[in-house]
Ligand binder design. Structure first.
Ligand code: PNS
Length: 163
């Protein structure tokens, strides 16, 4: 049985798709750690503190969910935190190759670490943090993409990047 799992991501920013996965994971496992990581392949718009804050404001009141910032390898962080599985959402077949590669790498680094994939809710299959940033940058409506609690802050920060 997996009692403690980790939902890792860069969450730049958290979207309604992420919230759906975290909420569903919280109904399946005793303890869900939301781990906010740096992704070496991406340059975040929001600082680690901001990204953690956005998550705390949106999923922080779910009793078995804890939001933390993580540094380093996911496989090692999971071990240190006592998490026996990684939970990731799968939106489409196009996600699979990257996710499968990560899952196998993490398992090689930490043979006790499994990865559980949750099928994304059909209404969020198109959604990503990059899409949110792209739409907001051009002043588009992101109401249906991010939690209401963080909408204004996210929208104003990203829109301001355009000047
Ligand atoms: O939300 P993202 O950007 O798809 O999340 C990717 C993330 C943060 C889960 C991944 O980049 C990661 O695990 N980073 C931590 C460093 C690590 O363990 N790298 C090796 C995994 S293959």
């Amino acid at each position: 049985m997996h009692s403690t799992v980790i939902c890792p991501g860069s969450f730049d920013p958290v979207t309604l798709g992420h919230i759906d996965i975290i909420t569903r994971a919280s109904g399946m496992f005793d303890n869900v750690i939301v781990g906010v990581f740096a992704n070496g392949e991406k340059h975040p718009v929001f600082s680690m503190e901001e990204r953690i804050g956005f998550l705390q404001r949106t999923v922080g009141d779910i009793p078995n969910v804890r939001v933390i910032g993580c540094d380093g390898l996911l496989a090692q962080c999971a071990k240190d935190l006592g998490a026996s599985a990684v939970v990731r959402g799968l939106r489409a077949v196009s996600d699979f190759e990257y996710e499968f590669q990560m899952a196998l790498t993490n398992r090689k680094l930490n043979p006790e670490l499994d990865t559980v994939f949750l099928a994304s809710d059909a209404s969020y299959t198109y959604l990503s943090s990059s899409i949110v940033k792209n739409v907001a940058y051009h002043g588009g409506d992101i109401t249906n993409f991010v939690p209401a609690e963080i909408h204004d802050e996210v929208f104003n920060r990203i829109k301001a990047l355009k000047g």
